[in-house]
Design a protein around this ligand. Structure first.
Ligand code: ADP
Ligand code: ASP
Ligand code: MG
Length: 425
């Protein structure tokens, strides 16, 4: 007998009839002889609805972070109770728990709390008694007893963390697509489902904007070696297995693809300081106050200097753009820089693949493909297994499709992808 953690996202629990579908899957696994822990998200759209209510209530204030997290956590609390009622109606023994009830202990960073510890004993007792255990995703509790949330998409992390704590045999993430694709199938309909992808590649894709798995969930799975699989809630299939690098065909094999996938990120903005004196310590002076304000910086570019002056550009999250611009303006005055300007109309496109390590020419193939479509590259950054470029936001679809084709990632058979909400409804 094995222990399986199954996580179902918002669209998988959007209605009572879909919750019934989830219940039937959990019962089928239980009847196949497995111990089953189910983690659920809020019903589709619920977290957004609660956020909008909080914004209305707080008006020109920002909603207080502690109260906002308590509010947002209610979405998942609703789903666990409904699922448990349906399970019992269908004849299964079940019990549900909030994050606080199972002691998913987190730090106190409201809206992006990190899990520190989980007390799995309570759950083991239930499993031992033959019950299906249902746990609310996305929420935890800090040492003061305040309810916290783990960031958007955080139910993935709850599931993987529980799987690690319970030493589960597999953590299954059920969602509205039938696996991890070469890119978001909603943007590129010819995207291909991957049989397998390495943790390392999945981690890069998640951190570069691919929202199919929350990045912390992938980090956790890698750290605690939790076998992780992404599957469809709506149809049967093998899904995509996230593997340790070095497993069978994932490295060094003739079948190893150059590029595993393409990610895009719409959430960044670009800020530039023009005409900065090019002296030692200048980067630290510009970025120091940005770091002190707790603003995360992603790509950084400094031009070669011309007559002792240089330009300095970096990207930040759009939500921190206004603050970054304010700080930069103050710094520009202090440093005697010529000008500061910003641009929120950008996106970042990234190619990811462990195959890049052993192949030259990926960057030039990427740049040629974009140039052939007249897409201007504004910034470039590379690391061992990824290349990212910043381009105008109007090129999101064209840029992604162009790169998908240029790296031979298109589905050869012409089979269309099964994406819930796009085809059948
Ligand atoms: P859930 O509510 O089940 O957590 P999400 O919306 O968080 O679902 O994640 C699933 C979505 O991720 C898909 O509908 C798809 O649009 C998007 N996505 C982005 N990149 C990829 C990718 N490479 N493969 C599959 N899905 C992707
Ligand atoms: N309900 C939360 C969200 O919408 C968490 C999750 O679904 O994973 O982000
Ligand atoms: Mg998600």
């Amino acid at each position: 007998m094995s222990l399986i953690v199954q996580k179902f996202g918002g669209s998988s629990v959007a209605t009572i009839s879909r919750i019934e579908n989830v219940a039937k899957k959990a019962i089928a696994s239980r009847e196949a002889g497995h111990d089953v822990v189910v983690v659920v998200s809020a019903m589709k759209g619920e977290t957004d609805r609660l956020m909008a209510l909080a914004d209305d209530a707080a008006g020109s204030n920002n909603p207080s972070p502690r109260e906002l997290d308590l509010l947002l956590s209610t979405g998942e609390t609703v789903t666990i109770t409904l699922l448990t009622m349906v399970l019992e109606r269908l004849g299964a023994a079940a019990r549900c728990y909030t994050g606080a009830q199972v002691q998913i202990l987190t730090d106190s960073a409201f809206s992006k709390a990190r899990i520190q510890d989980i007390d799995a004993e309570l759950l083991r007792d239930d499993l031992g008694a033959g019950r299906i255990v249902v746990v609310a995703g996305f929420q935890g509790v800090d040492e003061n007893g305040s309810i916290t949330t783990l960031g958007r998409g955080g139910s993935d992390t709850t599931a993987v963390a529980l799987a690690a704590a319970l030493e589960a045999d597999e953590c299954q993430i059920y969602t509205d697509v039938d696996g991890v694709y070469t890119t978001d199938p909603r943007v590129v309909p010819t995207a291909r489902r991957l049989e397998k992808i390495t943790f390392e590649e999945m981690l890069e894709l998640a951190s570069l904007g691919s929202k199919v798995l929350q990045i912390r969930a992938v980090e956790f799975a890698g750290k605690y070696q939790v076998p992780l699989r992404v599957l469809s809630s709506f149809e049967d299939g093998p899904g995509t297995l996230i593997t340790m690098e070095g497993d069978d065909m994932t490295q060094g094999s003739m079948e190893e693809p150059l590029i595993a996938g393409i990610a895009f990120n719409r959430d960044e903005a670009k800020v530039t300081m023009i005409g900065v004196p090019d002296t030692p310590g200048i980067a630290a002076q510009i970025l120091g106050p940005i770091a002190q304000a707790n603003i995360e910086v992603d790509m950084i570019v400094q031009n070669i200097s011309n007559e002792g002056l240089t330009d300095f550009t970096f990207t930040v999250n759009k939500t921190e753009y206004d603050r970054a611009m304010q700080i930069l303006q103050q710094q520009a005055n202090a440093l005697g820089a010529r000008e500061v300007f910003g641009d929120t109309g950008i996106i970042k496109l990234s190619l990811v693949g462990v195959g890049m390590r052993s192949h030259a020419g990926v960057a030039s193939r990427m740049f040629n493909a974009l140039a052939a479509e007249g897409i201007n590259i504004q910034m470039i950054s590379t690391s061992e297994i990824k290349i990212s470029v910043v381009v105008d936001e109007k090129y999101l679809e064209l840029g992604t499709r162009t790169l998908h084709k240029a790296f031979d990632l298109d589905e050869k058979s012409g089979k269309t992808v099964s994406v819930e909400g796009q085809q059948t409804e």
